[in-house]
Design a protein. Sequence first.
Length: 499
Amino acid sequence: MRIGMLGFIHESNTFVSFPTTRQGFEGGLHRRREVLSRWKDTRHELGGFMAGADVHGFEAVPLMTASATPGGPLTAYAFESILGEMLQLLEEERGLDGLLLALHGAMAAEDHRDADGEIVSRIREVFDGEKPVIMTLDCHANISKKMVDNVTATVLYRTNPHTDQRERGLEAAGLMARTVRGRIHPVQALEKPPMVINITKQYTRRQPALGLIRDAEQVMRRTAILSASVGLGFAFADVKKMGASFLAVADGDEEVARRQARWMAVRAWNRRDEFVGILPSPVEAVNQAARSPDRPVVLMDVGDNVGGGGPADSTILLAECIRQGVSDVLIVLRDREAVERCVEAGVGAELSLEVGGKTDDLHGHPVPVHGRVRTLSDGRFVDDGPRHGGGRFYDQGVTAVVETPERHTIVLTSLRMPPFSLEQVLSLGVKPETKRIIVVKGVIAPRAAYEPIAEEIITVDTPGSTSANLLQFEYQHRRRPLFPFEVEATFPQTYAKNK
Ligand SMILES: [Zn+2]
């Protein structure tokens, strides 16, 4: 049994001011054997596919993988050139019995708002329609009918932070092996109640999101069900498919899949008020953190969520800490210009800088700081732990650590790096556990890295391209009515019993 592996992964925020270019995928493009060396033994679903090949006795045939840091929609050139190459490799590879496909599910491209749907329909044009395609998705996927209609089965991560990616890859590999051997005949159903789950309510270890995962687990215990998934959704995409999704995969019986997906969707719909986000302002949050007897307090900078496409240079919380006279703050800012100044000055040099706030007007202004260059680094680090994103090797570009007389530690990176690994700062000799406040640019995902050292985590309603306050975004393409934008939205209660 020979199963092809493809991956094309991007979370696209249609509200950010910069597109994701072909260059954005540099370092994230792997072909043939490179796919094995990049992903084997990682916690990523692609690592899970490969492990699954050993467990279930098939040959995993690496074709190509492409991934880039979340950002704006892909340019037409980036999308077409990468997909075109993938399709060519898939066509050239003869004798495949199935295809394992790793997508994110919230990709948008210049010419395709539902880029993931476009990918699977183009794959179906070249790949034998009788052969199974099993797709894994991030649980931030916005799922369309086009996406599920073109694949045999779909498996989403069931944790946020995403620490089960490898397990979901294994699950998909198991479904593939049993399908090819004719032991199961997967059919799937998608339900999309007209609701949005605010990103601040997507922490799956706690309610209200925990209840959604428990529902999916309950569905999975039913005999005819092969898999069940919750798409928490990605609201920073002005696309028709944006919102929550519920998906069940049944063995041979589409009605069973439909009933179970519907049951999960109705249960979530009936709790829709619990998934609306209300957060403290930057002023309140910094004040609360400054008065806390415990340290460090992590302030989650929701408006500059790097893993959601934020620019990684918002200064709103740093400026507020300085305004309130708080000392001992740690913040990571992407600022290539400031890094270059530090490199010129050299380790140990004292200098004045304007840091951050340089991408656009949404994320604060450059903040003047005076300090000493403590460390310069190539910005590469390794983390073998189970981190959100399933990564292992990281590169935040040339990086400088500046310390100020107020004991602020300002980490300046050249590249945008989502804060999924504590090694991002530990590898620079910074001791985050000793700080009063740590500004972390994310919402839920960084918890896997920061919870072990944080005494308290405050999620802050900072403005920006990933703000939790969805009412500030001007949507043109989303569904209407959609809760909570239109409170009059309705969803029929049929199949509400889990029988
Ligand atoms: Zn995600």
